[in-house]
Design a binder for this molecule. Structure first.
Ligand code: AMP
Length: 409
């Protein structure tokens, strides 16, 4: 877990603002589900997955409840849907912190942020297109160019079950060549073996049957409609038959956005898919569902690589240097801020030299300087800091705000 400090951290907030500016005009409402849920909520998203079986921050609270910090947002949103039964379609977005006890490395942390949309109560394949397109447009809004969209269908539950059987037979036949981890995974869930990045597993993964061959008519039609919708919107994608994603609840459409500048093991910026059975698994009525989650931390790494979406310039407009004891600095920063400009000041009655150094370090546009002479005369000195040719001027104290506004514009 990392500290993210200023000015870098301001990007996390702006990231969420940009996401809101893309999804709110599309009818998605902001919600705030809790960070902590009953462990049972997460168990439903797949106890054969690493996320649930190995990476949960799970503990017993002081009331004896078996709870866990959320590893992702979808399960909590579906739990909220079951609990509150809002009218459908329920289109929501959220942003927040998730926890996974993973091996930390570049782009993979134990605490990370996601932005997310979820829609419950719609089966229409053109909704899948809307969700995928919103993610696509969001990356463009950040300024990212090198993003690739990968698409797959995991079929209906029956298709998926037939596929899982075929995969099990395939991997079983070459069991002795698989890594030890994959042999264990195979017994629990053969789909997960496709996710393995371990070298010994790659030949068998490459020769494994493709999900596409197992799609029944319903899932095949749905998938064709999603592809046609993306084509109609001019959004490029590749079909990736190996795209199974890290959670068990997905069926039919699954998708992922990969950052072309990132290393392949950690290049997924975000992704999602349909999870039509999840609300039922959580005790609700049969309800169609689809979601998309984008990782903030990792996507910002891709932004760095492409030189887009830089940290905000947090420097202020005005820095006040006051050698009369600090009362002038207090008053002037207050006036300037209330007039809608940003202002900072030096503290602790430092010398003129030390305060001017602080003003330079602050990278403010102008310094306002008040010493005993200025205070006695009812004036202030205004000194531009960013332009070397501009002269400092003495202005009457009661014209200071007007003068600053002129200089700053
Ligand atoms: P997932 O919920 O696993 O589908 O992840 C969706 C997105 O969240 C990924 O594409 C990453 O951008 C991000 N993400 C997932 N796990 C982590 C992690 N441990 N650290 C940083 N980002 C993550």
């Amino acid at each position: 877990m990392r500290d993210i400090l200023a000015p870098e951290a301001a990007r996390w907030r702006r990231f969420v603002d940009v996401f809101a500016s893309v999804v709110e005009p599309a009818g998605y409402g902001f919600i705030l589900p809790p960070l902590l849920e009953d462990y049972g909520v997460f168990r439903r998203i797949g106890d054969a997955t690493d996320i649930v079986s190995k990476e949960m921050y799970r503990f017993t609270d002081l009331g004896g409840r078996d709870v866990a910090l959320r590893p992702e947002l979808t399960a909590g949103v579906c739990r909220a849907f079951v609990q509150h039964r809002p009218p459908t379609p329920w289109k929501v977005w959220c942003a927040g912190t998730n926890f996974r006890y993973e091996k930390p490395q570049r782009g993979r942390y134990r605490q990370f942020e996601q932005v997310d949309i979820e829609v419950l109560g719609v089966e229409d394949p053109t909704l899948d297109v809307e969700v995928i397109a919103l993610g696509w447009h969001f990356f463009a809004a950040l300024g990212l160019r090198q993003v690739e969209l990968r698409l797959n269908s995991l079929g209906e539950p029956a298709d998926r079950a037939r596929y899982v059987d075929a995969l099990r037979a395939h991997f079983d036949a070459g069991r002795e060549t698989l890594s030890e981890e994959s042999v264990q995974t195979l017994d629990r869930n053969p789909l997960r073996v496709l996710d393995s990045k371990r070298a010994p597993d790659q030949p068998l993964i490459a020769s494994a049957p493709h999900m596409q061959e197992f799609l029944g008519a319903g899932a095949a039609d749905h998938f064709a409609a999603v592809r046609a919708g993306l084509d109609a919107l001019g959004i490029p994608y590749t079909i990736d038959a190996r795209l199974v994603r890290g959670l068990d609840y997905y069926l039919r459409t699954t998708f992922e956005y990969a950052g072309a500048t990132l290393q392949s093991a950690q290049n997924a910026l975000g992704g999602g898919g349909r999870y039509d059975g999840l609300v039922e698994a959580l005790g609700g009525p049969a309800t169609g569902g689809i979601g998309l989650a984008i990782g903030v931390d990792r996507t910002l790494l891709a932004c760095n690589d492409e030189g887009v979406f830089p940290p905000l310039d947090l420097s202020v407009d005005v820095f006040v240097v006051d050698t009369t004891g600090g009362g002038e600095a207090l008053a002037i920063t207050d006036e300037v801020r209330r007039a809608g400009r940003s202002a900072d000041r030096a503290w602790d009655g430092r010398s003129m030299r030390a305060q001017m150094k602080a003003a330079d370090r602050s990278r403010a546009a102008v310094a306002v300087i008040v010493g005993d002479d200025e205070r006695a005369a009812g004036t202030a000195v205004v000194r531009p800091l960013r332009t070397s040719d501009a002269e400092q001027v003495v202005v009457p104290r009661d014209e200071l705000l007007d003068h600053l506004e002129k200089v700053l514009t």
